[in-house]
Ligand binder design. Sequence first.
Ligand code: PBG
Ligand code: ZN
Length: 330
Amino acid sequence: MSHPNGYPTVRLRRLRLSETARRLVRENRVCCDDLIYPLFVVAGRGVRREIPSLPGNYHWSADTILYEVEEMLKLGIRAALLFGLPESKDELGSGAYDPHGVVQEAIRSIKARFPEAYLITDVCLCEYTSHGHCGIVRGDTVDNDPTLALLARTALSHVEAGADMVAPSDMMDGRVGAIRSALDERGFQHVPIMAYSAKYASAYYGPFRAAADSAPAFGDRRAYQMDPPNAREALREVELDILEGADIVMVKPALAYMDVIYRVRQAFDLPVACYNVSGEFAMVKAAAAQGLIDERRIVMETMAGFKRAGADIIITYHAKDVARWLKEEE
Ligand code: PBG
Ligand code: ZN
């Protein structure tokens, strides 16, 4: 006897039999509008150096970066996340808030040529401090409260240079509020903040730290970034960032934290971003280079997974490839 509400009457395979049927009932899609492409800016002119730890990604100077922005826009990616490697570093990370710093100059250069490019800046001190920590170091710890003023100053200098959005990644308590007040006081009420809200102390940042020369010279980031086993705490981080004025909240890394993306999506109604970080990218590249996986299928499956988990926005080093593959699927 067959079950009246089950097989053989019900056959889920019916809607899997053709590509058209599968597309009709597809629950989640990735599109270029979802993507943010990270870009690394360095000092100097005429620089275009491939980053060994992030194959296919480059260090650009403020002039050459125009080629990459042009290509990104042609592919249909409109938003970039800018990181800077300054010429020199100091204790207080002064290159981060230098009005003529590497990121500030890159923003001016890009906006002069491509005003339509949407420029988001990573706001942190670790690429600019001699000790590589994300704030002011006092003794053997990062001093939270005095760091806030420097982060706010950094964000403000990015926006004054023309940034469309700022993204604090330092994980200091109170930084979203400090940045919001600083922007509002200077008439930048309209500039949104994407907070790296649930950012974990992760080994998945390894290739980025090689690319950005931002590994801490002593200790690690566990006294400010989140402890990987915690999920409820991520909801508290997100809630506080929202109260301080975050417009978009982010979970980072993405792959090992899909449950966190899902929980944040369920608990809050703001746009949720996830950061498909350098270690996730590098693992795919290494396995693909060895012929162990099908890179295109792995990447597209991963992107679909982020959307299914609830991410609206995906920050990824694969962005240009994803854009190309999406075009081929049309
Ligand atoms: C800076 C920052 C990091 C990343 C983004 N912003 C590194 C870190 O916190 O050590 C990681 C990005 C990646 O791994 O792709 N605070
Ligand atoms: Zn940092």
